[in-house]
Ligand binder design. Structure first.
Ligand code: PMP
Length: 416
């Protein structure tokens, strides 16, 4: 695995929305372990919940026995999902959550045909990597599934350039119909999609596209799986689940990362009939273990009790607004995009307008020097991705924005 930065950072401590490295240097964390530390570091509510569970002596039993914390968490997530008659199955990660969703969907539909989105990332297990199309993150091309990749977040292609939303959505939907008409088997199991593509560089389909896709899928009973590993829990500010920004109620939602605030937990919430079928065997014995579910219950309660979705909207607006303002005078910034506390800056070579991965690398070093952690991504490695904890304060939002703009100015000056 390649580590970030010329000299990798060793993180040895954390408090609030900051971490400390082995040299005692403090960083405002705008990547939060790739959206994992959703409510920051050393949160008393989470620590106490985990300690209470440890004190019972039960660290793990298995999926064979009833676990009160797991049932409570499942009931909360089912209620929040908006999916009718929803049921939940827990895993240890987002990859396993997607693997489970793909197993459920392909079994339920009796088909190995799956639809996924171009530039997607869903994990690297055998099933999840099959629906991943981003080659920088794809370590092989062997697939147990028959996968067709759809358009959605690739408007930069010449065939779509300059199209208004409605025309683009019509063109993509037409393409979906064509894919279905030419599929080898009539039955396609599911579409799996990220409402905002995380690893893909926070690229997104325009509002309305997934609703249009859902209409076509419904005609054939094809299931819609929303991968909310990055976009869930109010991250986008405007909705609790990213897919709600599109007005779509999916058949399944997969989740992970932020829910445990650092403890390993993921899962699937799906329509009861999909979960109850004979195919619904669990993926592993370990998912939803008592320690992870204690952490997750405390984290989810914290998010809801403090209305962190509203905080994501408020603090995200400060940062995205500030970045857009700065972008106007920085030719190196090709695009600023995002929603709530999930925002990205795409860097371009000012001379050619093309990707600029070496400038992104410079930005990373500069933000490190200034005391802020950010992420990288996108098809060409020239997108800077940021997703601070949902607990970010307005002061921290302004502080972080100041560092980002200073680093962008430095990179812009050097690129001239
Ligand atoms: N889906 C998405 C959208 C992701 O961003 C990721 C992780 N980056 C995964 C799935 C895989 O999750 P995990 O790393 O927890 O297995």
């Amino acid at each position: 695995m390649a580590l970030y930065y010329n000299e990798p950072i060793e993180i040895v401590g954390g408090k609030g929305n900051r971490v400390v490295d082995a040299n005692g240097k403090s960083y405002l964390d705008f990547f939060a372990g790739i959206l994992t530390n959703m409510i920051g570091y050393d949160v008393p509510e989470v620590r106490e919940a985990v300690e209470r569970q440890l004190a019972t002596g039960v660290v793990h039993t298995s999926t064979l026995y009833l676990l009160r914390g797991q049932v409570e968490l499942a009931e909360k997530i089912a209620r929040l999902s908006g999916i009718p008659d929803a049921k939940v199955f827990f895993t240890n990660s987002g990859t396993e959550a997607n693997e489970t969703a793909l197993l459920l969907a392909t079994y339920a539909r009796g088909s190995d045909q799956v639809l996924a989105m171009r530039q997607s990332y869903h994990g690297r297990s055998f099933g999840a990597i099959s629906v991943t199309s981003n080659r920088s993150w794809k370590n092989n091309s062997l697939s147990p599934l028959n996968v067709h990749f759809l358009h959605g977040a690739d408007r930069h292609l010449a065939q779509f350039r300059g199209m208004p939303d409605a025309d683009y959505i019509a063109a993509c939907t037409d393409d979906l119909r064509h894919v279905l008409a030419t599929a080898v088997s009539k039955d396609v199991a599911a579409l799996i999609a990220e409402p905002i593509q995380g690893v893909g560089g926070f690229t997104a389909a325009p509002d309305g596209l997934f609703a249009a896709y859902k209409e076509v899928l419904d005609e054939e009973g094809i299931l819609f799986v929303s991968d909310e590993v990055q976009t869930g829990w109010g991250r986008t500010g405007s909705a609790f689940w990213g897919i709600q920004n599109h007005g779509v109620v999916p058949d399944m939602i997969t989740f992970a990362k932020g829910l445990g605030n650092g403890f390993a937990i993921g899962g699937v919430v799906a329509r009861g009939d999909l979960m109850d079928g004979p195919q619904a065997i669990g993926l592993s014995t370990f998912g939803g273990n008592p320690i992870a579910t204690a952490a997750a219950n405390a984290t989810l309660d914290y998010v809801l009790d403090h209305d962190l979705q509203a905080n994501a909207a408020r603090t995200g607006d400060i940062i995205i607004g500030g970045l857009r303002e700065a972008a106007g005078r920085l030719p190196v910034v090709g695009d600023v995009r995002g929603r709530g506390l999930m925002f990205a800056v795409e860097l371009i070579d000012p001379a050619t307008g093309g990707p600029a991965p070496e400038l992104a690398a410079r930005f990373m070093e500069e933000t490190k020097r200034l005391g802020l952690l950010a992420g990288k991504g996108g098809l060409y490695g020239s997108t800077l991705r940021m997703a601070p904890p949902l607990t970010l304060t307005e002061d921290e939002a302004r502080e972080g924005l100041g560092i980002l703009v200073t680093a962008l100015e430095t990179v812009n000056d050097e690129a001239r």
